[in-house]
Structures are given as structure tokens and as C-alpha cells.
Write a protein that binds this ligand. Structure first.
Ligand code: GLU
Length: 512
């Protein structure tokens, strides 16, 4: 046979091999084609047509073997590195965790999965399966921990994580006697004693030369303590200038003033923190207080947190409770340790973020607090205030068999997603509440209610009432003693009222 067909000359040798087989090498770019060279069994790959080459002596040296640059998928002329699959030809076996809780992270369709769909799989065993060559890789929300990196290779992290404590905020009724709390009993005692002491010293200093500190003992007593008390509260400078004449007396009061200034500001600061912190802490102040109490601690099913708490924080196994579903997550927190639930749940941040978002859907659990995480619902949607306090910092990544070249490619892809902001967009789409994030960031924790102060008002009101009763009794006694035939009809001013006016104004005091 010897003819010229569509592909060129067709002729066979005695071994029935085609004589001068030759091909065009085409580069497929999108839907178009580009010829980037030729191949013939005469001189291999070349950019010169085989017909021209047949006229020259054959040259199959490797230096001669070249084509024009190919345009690769992605519109690039850079040659791809290419993948060498460990088990050539076989499709990759990639496991995904068959999650039961927080399916937003990863959902199974067909194909292999770690877990039975009834409970969260053990993430440690998924990673073990990869290491044992049961799977080539596992993708999903797999925390990169030290124990795991010993047996598999992880990609670059695609999400920040870390263990946090989630505890419910209880309706803490601030005590009506909270205003006593900033000081200990001793402190209150010492302050009272000092008040009397300074009063006595001022009296000793002033009694001899200051006419204001003369008169009946009762009047003197009132003048002294009124002065010391006013020094401690208002118009300090005026009191000192007007009421104390001696330099020594002024000195004493200046020191007293200083003491009072410090006590006053410390009291204010301490009271503020007591009243505000109370509403936030709900008895759990951190992991230490949680571990030291015998109350059960919840851990999400399958999480590495279980082993972490036992091995690193030495929490007894019996204290841990496995949380198997989202509903249980909520009910365990709601019930609390006394109602058969847990005191807190130790879980990874991304789940807590998501939990905060959906928590509002469960009625009655409007506020959830975690160490470093506080979800509240000020605009009737879950709201999160984040800080960076975590028990440990971890990240999520994909697990590959040791030295798998795929891990590097996936890492590069993840880094690209991270650099172009795509990862952040994915995070924001799934894990943050955009509608609410701009408004109401401040929670009204610092608003102090009347319930915290009624004790103070009772004391003050009581004192007013007692004074009124005494005043009325006195007026009544005077009225009984009043004899209209012997005395001028003049209603005398009560002694107490006069004495207090005396002490308030020097001029009036000196006249009386
Ligand atoms: N991301 C966790 C881990 O890698 C698992 C969390 C879960 O149990 O759902 O251990």
C-alpha cells in the first residue's frame, strides 16, 4: 500500500510498521488549537516539519528535542510540576468526617467518610487511618495537634482555632448589700475607728482656742464629727478654712482628706468592678476554677479536647461528659451541673462561634459566655464579642500521608485563598452575623440597677425617718409643756436644727 491520505504518506515496511510516522503536536487552549511542533520517529520532537527533517541526517539527541511553549490551563506558560501519585492509577481515597453536630463545617455526600452518621467520628482515628494507609488523605475540620503531626503531614492551616470554655450566663441578682463588698469588715471597722480618732484629735486641738468647739459636750461632739464627716464628703476646702482655725487642726484634716480621697476612689473602682464582673462571670472565672470544682465539664464528641483535658490538665475522666448533639450542647448548658447538665463546655473556637450564631434559635438560652468569648443577643440575634484568651491555640488543616506531594499543592492553594481574602469571606459567610455586627456592640453590663442600692436608700431613708420622728416627738413635748399664760406665744426652733445650722455656717455659729 502506498498512497497519500488525509494525514500524509501511508506506506508500511515488511514488519508492517508505518514508514515515517509523523504527528503534529497540538496545544489545546480553551476551544482553540495551536501547533507547537511535530513528532516523527525519524528525529523525535521538533519545531521543524518532518518533511524538512527527512532531507537531513537524523538527529535524535535530547538537546534537539524541543517544542514551542505550551499554554497550560490557567493561561500560563509555566510548566506544571506534575503529581506523582503514590498508588499510580488508583483514585485517591479522601476521608471526610461524617459530622453529626455543626454540619456547616463539613457534610458527607457519597464516598468514604469517617464515622457512622450517628455520632461524630473520632478525629484521632480518622488521622490514624490516614497514617495507616487506609485513606490517602482526610479533609475537614481537623485540628492540627502535636500528636497528629507525628504521624501525618498537614497542609497549611485554613482556619484559626483553639480551645475555649463556654459557660452559660446566669441571671445574677446583684446583692442589695453590694456596696459593702468593696471593703472587708476590718477595713470598714478601721475606717470607722479612724473617723472617731480624727474627730477626737481635731477636738483636742481646737477645743481650747476655737469658740466653735466650746459649749455643752453634746454640741461639741456634733460639731467635731460633723466637720470630720463633711471633710470626708463635700466642700472639703471650705470646711477646713471656715471651721478650723489652728494650723495643727488644718494639718490633721489635710491628712484625713488625703486618706479619704484614696479610700473614696478605691471604693468607687472596686464597687464598679464588683457590680459589673458579677454579671459576666456566672461563677466560672476560668479553666482553673472549672477544673477545681467537681462539676461535670462537657466535651464535643470526637474532639481532641477529651484527651487534652485528661492528659494535660489532669481532669478525671469521670468529670467529663461527651456532648453528642447540638440539642444536647444547649440542654447541658441550660440545665447546669445541678440539673444534670454541665458547668461548662470546653470546645474549639469555630464551633463556639457557630454555636453562638445558632444559640438564639434555642429559646431561653439568650446569653452564653465563654472565657474569651461572650455571645449575647442585644439585637435579638446572636452577638459575639471576641477576645483572644484561649486555653491553647490550634488551627484546622487537612491531613495527608507522610511526604505526600499533594499536601504541598493543597497548602499552596490554601495560602492563595488566604492571601486573596477568600478564606476570610468564607469564614464571614458561615460563621459571623453580618446584619448585627455593626450595631449594639456594647452590652449594657455596666448599667447598675436599683436592686444594688436599695440597702443604701433604706439606711438613708431610715435615718431621715428616725430624725423626723425624734423632731416630731420633741415638738410634741414642747407643745405639751407650753403654757400660753406664762410664756409669749413663740414657737421655739428645735435645738437640733439650730445646732446643725451653727455647724454649717461659721457666722451663724459664732452668733449663737
Ligand atoms: N476538630 C476537632 C478535632 O479535630 C473535632 C471536633 C468534633 O468533635 O466535632 O479533634
Amino acid at each position: 500500500m502506498n498512497f497519500t491520505g488525509l494525514t500524509g504518506q501511508i506506506q508500511f515496511d515488511p514488519q508492517k510498521d508505518l514508514i515515517h510516522p509523523a504527528y503534529d503536536v497540538l496545544n489545546v487552549v480553551g476551544t482553540g488549537l495551536r501547533t507547537i511542533g511535530y513528532w516523527s520517529n525519524y528525529s523525535g520532537l521538533s519545531v521543524i516539519t518532518p518533511e524538512v527533517l527527512y532531507t537531513k541526517p537524523a538527529n535524535t539527541s535530547t538537546s534537539n528535542q524541543h517544542l514551542y511553549n505550551a499554554i497550560w490551563p490557567g493561561e500560563t506558560t509555566k510548566r506544571p510540576r506534575g503529581w506523582v501519585f503514590p498508588n499510580n492509577g488508583k483514585p485517591l481515597r479522601i476521608a471526610v468526617p461524617f459530622r453529626v453536630t455543626f454540619e456547616e463545617f463539613v457534610k458527607k455526600d457519597k464516598g468514604p467518610a469517617g464515622g457512622d452518621g450517628k455520632r461524630n467520628p473520632s478525629f484521632n482515628s480518622i488521622v490514624n487511618d490516614v497514617a495507616q494507609n487506609k485513606y490517602d488523605a482526610a479533609v475537614g475540620d481537623i485540628a492540627i495537634t502535636t500528636n497528629r503531626t507525628r504521624i501525618v503531614d498537614f497542609t497549611q492551616p485554613y482556619m484559626e482555632s483553639g480551645l475555649v470554655v463556654v459557660a452559660p450566663v446566669k441571671e445574677t441578682k446583684s446583692s442589695p448589700w453590694a456596696f459593702f463588698k468593696p471593703f472587708t469588715i476590718q477595713m470598714w471597722g478601721v475606717t470607722g475607728v479612724f473617723f472617731l480618732f480624727v474627730g477626737s484629735v481635731v477636738w483636742i486641738l481646737e477645743h481650747r482656742m476655737n469658740p466653735e468647739f466650746r459649749g455643752p459636750p453634746r454640741k461639741q461632739l456634733i460639731t467635731v464629727f460633723w466637720l470630720v464627716l463633711l471633710t470626708a464628703t463635700t466642700s472639703r476646702e471650705t470646711r477646713i478654712r471656715e471651721n478650723t482655725l489652728s494650723t495643727l487642726g488644718r494639718c490633721v484634716l489635710i491628712f484625713w482628706l488625703f486618706v479619704v480621697l484614696i479610700i473614696n476612689s478605691s471604693y468607687t473602682a472596686s464597687l464598679t468592678s464588683i457590680l459589673t464582673v458579677q454579671q459576666l462571670s456566672a461563677g466560672i472565672t476560668g479553666i482553673d476554677s472549672l477544673i477545681s470544682s467537681p462539676d461535670p465539664i462537657g466535651v464535643q464528641d470526637g474532639s481532641f479536647a477529651f484527651n487534652y483535658l485528661i492528659d494535660e490538665l489532669h481532669v478525671p475522666k469521670s468529670q467529663l461528659r461527651i456532648i453528642k448533639s447540638e440539642a444536647e450542647y444547649v440542654s447541658a448548658l441550660q440545665q447546669g451541673p445541678k440539673g444534670g447538665g454541665v458547668a461548662a463546655i470546653v470546645d474549639e473556637l469555630p464551633y463556639v462561634e457557630l454555636f453562638c450564631l445558632i444559640a438564639n434559635a434555642y429559646s431561653g438560652l439568650k446569653q452564653i459566655e465563654a472565657e474569651g468569648v461572650l455571645c449575647l443577643s442585644p439585637c435579638d440575634d446572636a452577638q459575639a464579642i471576641w477576645s483572644t484568651q484561649r486555653l491553647i491555640l490550634t488551627v484546622f488543616g487537612q491531613a495527608f500521608q507522610r511526604d505526600s506531594p499533594l499536601a504541598i499543592d493543597l497548602s499552596t492553594a490554601i495560602l492563595q485563598l488566604s492571601e486573596n481574602g477568600e478564606l476570610q469571606r468564607i469564614h464571614d459567610k458561615w460563621l459571623s452575623n453580618n446584619e448585627c455586627s455593626s450595631q449594639n456592640n456594647q452590652v449594657d453590663d455596666t448599667v447598675l440597677s436599683l436592686s444594688s442600692f436599695w440597702g443604701l436608700y433604706v439606711i438613708c431613708g431610715g435615718a431621715c425617718a428616725v430624725s423626723l420622728v425624734v423632731f416630731i416627738c420633741k415638738v410634741y413635748c414642747q407643745f405639751l409643756r407650753y403654757d400660753p399664760e406664762t410664756e409669749e406665744p413663740e414657737i421655739s426652733e428645735p435645738e437640733s436644727a439650730r445646732s446643725s445650722r451653727r455647724s454649717l455656717t461659721v457666722r451663724v455659729a459664732s452668733r449663737t
